[in-house]
Design a protein around this ligand. Structure first.
Ligand SMILES: [Ca+2]
Ligand SMILES: [Ca+2]
Length: 325
């Protein structure tokens, strides 16, 4: 039989402490359980991310294998593309034999660019050189595919379902697209923007001169639409249908002029380091290359760099597409 306590308050106190201790124990237990759950979820997410990364890397290796195989055996299959032809292009002092493929989803033609090592940037002695084009440094690139032309308004409309350009024409380059818009487009077609290094390697096509055809700009009007000639046939300066000027030594059209072309990278200083497949993402600005319909000649030099924020869209900036690393 329970005896009434002679010290009810003390007993209550004991009981209170016991309850508090029990609560504290429960809290510790629930904190521990929450921590274990949190750690488990974080670990699971980390493992999932690692597995996705590994899968992406494996896919990239496989894709890269296809490109290496195609370089060795012209016409070899490349997933998502159809082999078209092997073509020879000469420009400046360089001649290249390249393979061309059609991207099945967009219908756009691409050149298989072999990659290799080149000197990126320009020397301070180059006429028009800007400080951000140096230091010149060695860059090594894996093979990749680059579209022969800028993305046209027709292709943009097919993929995105809306128009955005200021100068209307289905075979003119799309413009007034921000870098962010380009990301959305690329995701829909399983392609990406070229890195800045891929863009410059493609533009130079083996040349080391200021322009991809010579050191001086006197022949520029044969190769590009820019401030001196983009008013021809229209009266005012504007974009022109893609692919009407002479290509470079990789068979790329309008790689300079017509519209500036967004690149994947953030705009950042170069270093002296020899880099492999670089893609810098350490700044808020994004790179655009090649100059456009309103540009001065020196903005169309292979090494010239432009930049803007990822959300800005102008009627003189568009893009071309790349595939693989
Ligand atoms: Ca261009
Ligand atoms: Ca510049």
């Amino acid at each position: 039989m329970l005896q009434p306590s002679s010290h009810p308050n003390k007993n209550q106190e004991h009981a209170g402490i016991a309850v508090q201790k029990g609560k504290a124990k429960k809290m510790r237990r629930s904190t521990l359980v929450a921590a274990i759950i949190f750690i488990s979820i974080a670990a699971a997410m980390w493992i999932q991310t690692m597995m996705q990364e590994a899968k992406r890397a494996a896919e990239a290796r496989e894709a890269s294998k296809e490109l290496y195989a195609a370089l060795l055996h012209p016409g070899s299959p490349i997933s998502g593309f159809t082999y078209l032809r092997t073509a020879t292009y000469s420009c400046g002092s360089v001649t290249n034999i390249v393979q061309e493929y059609r991207h099945n989803q967009t219908g756009m033609e691409f050149v298989l660019i072999p990659g290799g090592t080149f000197c990126m940037g320009s020397p301070i002695t180059e006429l028009g050189h800007d400080p951000d084009e140096g230091p010149q440094h060695q860059v090594t690139l894996s093979p990749y595919l680059l579209s022969k032309t800028e993305v046209t308004q027709e292709v943009w409309y097919q993929v995105m379902g809306y128009s955005t350009s200021f100068f209307i024409g289905p075979d003119r380059p799309v413009e007034k697209v921000s870098w962010d818009d380009c990301m959305e487009f690329c995701q829909k077609v399983g392609l990406r923007l070229p890195t800045e290094a891929q863009w410059e390697f493609g533009c130079r096509a083996g040349t080391t001169t200021a322009y991809y055809f010579a050191d001086d700009s006197s022949d520029l009007r044969e190769y590009a639409w820019y401030g001196d000639n983009s008013n021809e046939s229209f009266g005012t300066h504007q974009t022109h249908p893609v692919g009407k000027k002479k290509p470079n030594a990789y068979g790329l059209y309008d790689i300079v002029g017509n519209v500036w072309e967004w690149c994947q990278d953030a705009y950042a200083d170069y270093s002296n380091d020899h880099v492999v497949d670089p893609c810098n993402m350490n700044s808020i600005h994004r790179v655009a290359r090649g100059g456009g319909w309103d540009s001065d000649p020196w903005w169309l030099r292979s090494a010239n760099r432009g930049w803007d924020t990822p959300k800005d869209a102008y009627d003189f900036v568009g893009f071309r597409l790349a595939a693989r690393r």
